[in-house]
Ligand binder design. Structure first.
Ligand code: G6P
Length: 610
């Protein structure tokens, strides 16, 4: 996600901030900015684009300040432009803030602050927070207290730094759900979202915890909870190197992103899943709700992994709402003169928001009069701007070429859309609550799957010399099988096919012998017994069976060579959980074969050509 860095001490802070921001560039971002306190005045520079663009835009200014904060923004609310870039400031241009995360109740806070006379200049959630701090400062006349009081009113996730011309000897830092690490130097203090931005200056650090607020001066650090209890924290020493830090200690970005999924899925549902009401709230769809409710049919179009999410979305939407859904490859949709009827609603799904075929499909649908909605990760991307409305998945920047966390966040957003529509079409509140609860438990279930890594590594070692793989699943886990096979071929270069399990006997069964590994996704759902029959068919031909099965499945062990256990979910959400072991299997197979996991040959993260 976004990057944060702050400095207070005897040196000129600007070069330290800019170097820190460069160190955070690997995280992906779309604009950058700094705020400095210089001669008692607040000086802010910010620019859409890269840190280099910010530096170029500052040519001619001679900012030199001993206190400053810097930010690289990855847009969540509002386009990535100069205005929405951080830092943001209060009405009097005295207090500046940078923020990672999402303030969920910013709309309610905004209305209140506007009533109290605040002028809000941007569409970001972050700016609201700095006005709230301004309001609290009027009461407390103390920045540390004002930040604490403001945070008591905030729902959502944040890592923030705040500075003020009224107290130019300190930086206030606070965290909930978005990391911050404080660096302790010689008569200087630093703070950053990631130790990568600190290691050039110090290796002595304090990791701030959720619910804590810190006041940093050049020679002291005071930490409290947001409820005003003082905390004594241990200073720790960073022992790892820079390369490791950037990947959060993981060997590859793909592995880091696989492990981020409990959090990225939570972020995609944050403030949107309404447990008590058993429904979902999707602000981005509100303007088109009448069209969504009137639609007789949905079409979903996408490419690659996003297309697999679309296919799983078809099962979810059809089963929960009864509305028919067609799924089409964007590259096919754009040229086949598709039948788009009045009232059809078309969803386009794209992680990058830049895929050329998906963009062309979007334009084709719009030219035929459809309402086109986006399910996109990158805010401000071409597809996000070209759609009539939509939902951002908030998975954070995905750097590994093989998509992992974006896929599961696309699925969780499709689940939210399905639930929302189902409730509007007569699903009872009770059923809605059951579904919402199950969806909410998905991140926790993924944590459990991530404890199975040793078993998955063992399987990868066993099959690393295989030349072919078959992946089989039924119902909503047919798309899971497709995605598992795609992951394997993308990064390990092993030929892999995904099939609906029952279709195997119409062709792929001819390939099965004692050398063929077959991955079955076999949760205990309504078609479990049918899949067991398919497993028997493979066993009879001596195929080697790897089963992705539920924890309480007592039969599967006798029928398979290897089992990876996954917790049970409602069938609609199975692919979110069941795809995790398949991502890990592909990953460890690729590592065992010595492949370049993050940048596989011939593939691009964003395909902007036809
Ligand atoms: C490329 C990537 C895939 C991705 C596909 C669609 O092929 O390598 O990982 O699924 O494009 O990308 P999108 O950004 O539109 O989801």
């Amino acid at each position: 996600m976004c990057g944060i860095v702050g400095y207070i001490g005897p040196k000129n802070s600007l070069p330290i901030l800019l170097e820190g921001l460069r160190r955070l560039e690997y995280r992906g971002y779309d604009s950058a900015g700094v705020a400095l306190i210089h001669d008692g005045k607040l000086e802010v520079h910010k620019k859409a684009g890269k840190v280099a663009d910010l530096v170029a835009s500052m040519k001619g200014t001679h900012a030199s300040a001993q206190l400053g904060i810097g930010h690289t923004r990855w847009a969540t609310h509002g386009e990535p432009n100069d205005v929405n870039a951080h830092p943001h400031w209060d009405c009097k241009h005295e207090i500046a803030i940078i923020h990672n995360g999402i303030i969920e109740n910013y709309v309610a806070l905004k209305i209140k602050l506007q009533k109290d006379g605040h002028t809000i200049r941007t569409v970001t959630d972050t700016e609201i927070l700095v006005h709230l701090i301004e309001e609290m400062y009027k009461r407390s006349h103390d920045l540390f207290t004002a930040v604490r009081l403001a945070l008591l009113e905030v729902e959502g996730a944040y890592g923030i730094l705040v500075i003020s011309t009224k107290e130019p000897d300190r930086i206030i830092a606070a965290r909930k759900g978005s990391p911050l690490v404080i660096g302790i130097g010689d008569d200087e203090s630093l703070v950053a979202s990631d130790a990568a931005a600190l290691v050039d200056h110090t290796r002595q650090v304090i990791y701030l915890e959720d619910g804590q607020v810190a006041c940093l001066t050049a020679d002291s650090v005071t930490i409290k909870t947001i409820h005003d209890q003082e905390i004594i924290k241990q200073v720790e020493e960073i022992t790892f190197d820079l390369e490791q830090i950037e990947k959060g200690g993981y060997e590859h970005f793909m592995l880091k992103e696989i492990h981020e999924q409990p959090t990225s899925i939570l972020n995609s549902m944050r403030g949107r899943l309404l447990l008590q009401e058993g429904t979902a709230k999707l602000g981005g769809l509100e303007p088109v709700m009448d069209k969504l409710l009137a639609a007789k049919r949905f079409i979903i179009t996408a490419c690659g992994t996003s297309w697999h999410a679309a296919l799983a979305g078809k099962y979810m939407i059809e089963q929960l709402t009864g509305i028919p859904v067609e799924v089409d490859y964007a590259s096919e949709f754009r040229y086949r003169n598709p039948v788009v009827q009045p009232g059809d609603v078309v969803f386009v799904i794209s992680q990058s928001g830049e895929t050329a075929d998906t963009l062309a499909a979007l334009r084709e649908a719009q030219s035929k009069g459809a309402t086109v909605l986006g399910i996109v990760n990158v805010v401000g991307s071409t597809i996000a701007r070209a759609t009539d409305a939509g939902v951002f998945i908030h998975a954070g920047p995905e750097i590994g070429v093989a998509s992992t966390k974006a896929f599961t966040s696309q699925l969780s957003v499709l689940a939210l859309i399905s639930l929302l529509l189902a409730r509007h079409r007569g699903m009872s509140k009770e059923q809605g609550i059951t579904i919402a609860r199950d969806l909410q438990s998905v991140p926790e279930k993924i944590e459990k799957v991530l404890t199975q890594i040793d078993q998955i590594k063992y399987i990868a070692e066993e099959f690393k010399h295989a030349q072919n793989f078959i992946y089989l699943g039924r119902g909503i886990n047919f798309p899971t099988a497709l995605e598992g096979a795609l992951k394997l071929k993308e990064i390990s270069y092993i030929h892999a096919e995904g099939y609906p399990a029952a279709e195997m006997k119409h062709g792929p069964i001819a390939l099965i012998d004692e050398n063929m590994p077959v991955v079955f996704i076999v949760p205990k759902d309504a078609i479990y017994d049918k899949v067991l029959s398919n497993i028997q068919e493979v066993r009879a031909r001596k195929g080697r069976i790897i089963a992705i099965a539920n924890e309480d499945d007592t039969e599967i062990g006798n029928l398979s060579d290897f089992v990876v256990r996954v917790p049970r979910t409602l069938s609609y959400f199975g692919p979110i959980v069941n795809s995790i072991p398949l991502q890990l299997l592909a990953y460890y197979m690729a590592v065992a074969r010595g492949c370049n996991v993050d940048q596989p040959r011939n593939l691009a993260k964003s395909v902007t050509v036809e």
